[in-house]
Design a protein around this ligand. Structure first.
Ligand code: NAD
Length: 368
């Protein structure tokens, strides 16, 4: 029986509430599929600040626990209580960013999925998405304009000037392209690379390298879009797209656009992956796309699906337990088809049942 170890960081707000449901699903799916997962829980974010007298949102033992694990299942961090602390120790900036940096998590995978049964929740016209859509956005996370140097403000000829630098190295483009082609291979076999090659030098390199890498994936159909056109096409007809790969800045914007047109943040998982190990698995951090939702925290009404689907991604990419991942995704799909709805996706239509966090967790468990 294979035995895995993961670090569980529930965090703040709705984090612990939705994490509880994901762990129930994990225990059940592991039993059914015949593997074992040891889960070690650690403090992060505001919870860690409270416990440490506002000294750190990422304690040493949390970081050490993550190092000793194959993957991190993360809830969400932050809330009004910690907003006035110095920026460096604020929950998101002081915990998530250092974790990404420490583990070299360069590939951000954000599925934008709108289930056919939930298309009313999307701001896109139903006639444009009759069957919903399922697009995976693969964003490069550690390079590009957010990190390039020089990055400064200075004075030139008596005027203030601000400078950011967009840099991409061939090796950075190659490794994110491989992640995207492999993801496309396991899905519908279509990859669209998004750049601004009509204007930017580093987008020209991006396109050249993606085309070179594509020769290793003859079964994946590659296309290209300029980012301004991509922003329009995703709204015009998202079902046309399968996997999108793009740089840090463009991916930041497009993945939020995908989240918006999908309907509810409570449905969307995400993965941030590092380089594959010798066994082919990636170390990764898996978390819902949304935040700690202070407006509904403590009421037991948050949607646990984003957290549960983050667990499915963890099983797929870090533990190579594909059958377990698929079984969770099918159980979520079936729960939606059977009408279970938390408040964020409830429309009041006939056949819908309004449920709370643990009832949605139970619906998924019952369908595993
Ligand atoms: P948010 O994502 O927490 O909430 C936005 C809206 O979406 C709210 O109305 C919320 O109720 C709803 N929502 C989000 N997840 C939901 C779920 N699972 N079920 C039902 N409804 C859900 O964004 P925000 O309000 O901008 O931020 C709140 C806090 O979260 C801030 O402190 C912010 O810094 C933090 N945050 C953390 C992360 C993270 O941990 N990765 C990400 C984003 C925001």
């Amino acid at each position: 029986m294979s035995k895995h170890r993961i670090a569980v960081l529930p965090g703040d707000g709705i984090g612990p509430e939705v994490m509880k449901e994901a762990l129930r699903v994990l225990e059940s799916v592991a039993g059914k599929q015949g593997f074992e997962v040891v889960t070690d829980e650690y403090l992060v974010g505001g919870a860690a600040l409270d416990a440490s007298g506002n000294t750190t949102p990422l304690p040493t033992e949390t970081l050490q626990g993550c190092e000793d694990s194959q993957a991190i299942l993360f809830g969400s961090v932050g809330g009004p209580k910690w907003e006035d602390l110095p920026p460096d120790i604020q929950p998101e900036r002081g915990a998530l960013l250092p974790l990404r940096k420490h583990f070299g998590l360069f590939a951000n995978l954000r599925p934008g999925v709108c289930h056919a049964a939930l298309k009313d929740a999307s701001p896109v016209k139903n006639s444009l998405i009759p069957e919903g859509f399922d697009v995976l956005c693969v964003r490069e996370l550690t390079g590009g304009i957010y990190f390039g140097t020089p990055k400064e403000r200075r004075e030139e000829n008596g005027e203030e000037v601000a400078i950011d630098t967009m840099v991409y190295r061939r090796s950075e483009i190659e490794r994110i392209a491989h992640v995207a082609f492999q993801a496309a291979k396991g899905r519908r076999g279509k990859l669209c690379s998004v750049d601004k090659a009509n204007v930017l030098q580093n987008s020209r390199l991006w396109r050249e390298v993606v085309v070179e890498v594509s020769r290793e994936y003859p079964d994946v159909e590659l296309s290209h879009l300029y980012v301004d056109n991509a922003a329009m096409q995703l709204i015009r007809y998202a079902p046309d797209y399968d996997v999108i790969v793009t740089g840090n800045l463009f991916g930041d914007i497009l993945s939020d656009e995908m989240a918006m047109i999908s309907g509810s943040l409570g449905m969307l998982p995400s993965a941030s992956l590092g380089s594959p190990s010798e066994g082919g698995c990636n170390f990764g951090l898996y978390e819902p796309s949304g935040g700690s939702a202070p407006d509904i925290a403590g009421q037991g009404i948050a949607n646990p699906i984003a957290q549960v689907l983050s667990l499915a991604m963890l099983l797929r990419y870090s533990l190579a337990e594909e059958a377990a991942a698929v079984s969770i995704e099918c159980a979520v799909e079936k729960s939606i088809e059977d009408g279970f709805r938390t408040g964020d996706i409830f429309s009041g239509a006939a056949g819908e049942k309004l449920v709370n966090t643990s009832e949605m967790g139970q619906a998924i468990l019952d369908r595993l």
